[in-house]
Design a protein around this ligand. Structure first.
Ligand code: FES
Length: 295
């Protein structure tokens, strides 16, 4: 009998091709091939080793942390290699948990793995495995895609759903992006990266947000969302209130979970389902049908 999820893809070595900054995507050159160009990338992730790839560096820097999940936010083919964009999450606020080893200033950081990644420079090598996870699924034909992202704390969901907008437009579809804004990231900061053909709207309070989502749902053939768990129920409620019939996969959500092994073994990515059970986000998600995780 085939064992569910126990298939670890081989490691890939990539070379950093841009500045690396927490809370921003960075570029990485990889050998061609991990994912065919026709497949959606949004919602899929690589597990990236947070320790030196090169033997000579390891003589002086031998700390190594658990792999961190970095979500894909783009890919282009350049000179027979693939230039991927991966999102490096913001490093959580200082919590006084760990002392950064070997740091002259003795800085305290809350996530040493992310801190290690944030110190990489162009030309450094990274060891990755993946990509993992079930990403968002679009309709094969041109359709109206509604992308709903909350950027009040970070623009992470925007970056993670951006390739979906480009794929839908490439397929001849139309895209509307709704931002829940009014926090640390502002929509004008993201304008240079917004697809020209997409319609963009932003709400800064709860009523504006609910009205905007409700109005646009009537237009949409598919809804793909990156919002915090406390918004799942409201979004599902708006979908059910607006649509007479809600087909499976009409509304999909990217769930936040700790992603450690990526193949179903460690259970740290367990998320609660609407029926009261649990499921593993690494292999059954991290993108789910909204009705599966919002009761
Ligand atoms: S990340 Fe280990 S079981 Fe999902």
């Amino acid at each position: 009998m085939e064992k569910e999820g126990l298939a670890l893809p081989p490691a890939i070595v990539g070379q950093i091709d841009s500045q690396v900054q927490p809370g921003q995507p960075f570029a990485l050159r990889l050998p061609p091939g991990p994912v065919p160009h026709s497949q959606p990338l949004s919602g899929r992730y690589f597990l990236v080793r947070c320790g030196s790839e090169v033997g000579i560096e390891r003589d002086g820097e031998w700390s190594i942390f658990l792999r961190r999940a970095l979500f894909i936010c783009g890919r282009q083919t350049v000179d027979q290699a693939e230039r991927w964009q991966l999102f490096l999450p913001p490093i959580p606020a200082e919590q006084g948990l760990y002392q950064q080893s070997g740091d002259a200033d003795g800085a305290i950081v809350a996530d040493q793995g992310l801190a290690w990644l944030s110190k990489r420079i162009p030309g450094d090598l990274l060891n990755l495995s993946g990509p993992f996870g079930n990403g968002f699924a679009l309709l094969p034909d041109p359709h109206n895609l509604l992308v709903v992202v909350d950027i009040r704390w970070s623009a992470g969901w925007f970056w993670q759903l951006l390739p979906l907008c480009e794929l839908a437009l490439d397929r001849g579809g139309r895209v509307t992006i709704l931002f829940r804004a009014g926090g640390m990231t502002s929509v004008p900061d993201l304008v240079p990266w917004l697809p020209l053909q997409a319609e963009v709207r932003a709400a800064v309070d709860q009523k504006q947000w609910s009205d905007m989502v409700r109005d646009t749902l009537l237009w949409a053939d598919r809804v793909c969302a990156g919002v915090p768990p406390e918004s799942f129920r409201e979004l599902l409620h708006l979908v059910r209130e607006t649509r007479i019939r809600v087909d499976r996969e009409f509304a999909q959500i990217l769930v936040t979970a700790d992603l450690l092994c990526g193949f179903g073994a460690c259970l740290v990515c367990s998320v609660q389902t609407a029926r009261g059970g649990n499921t593993r986000a690494c292999i059954h998600g991290p993108v789910f049908d909204l009705s599966e995780v919002a009761g």
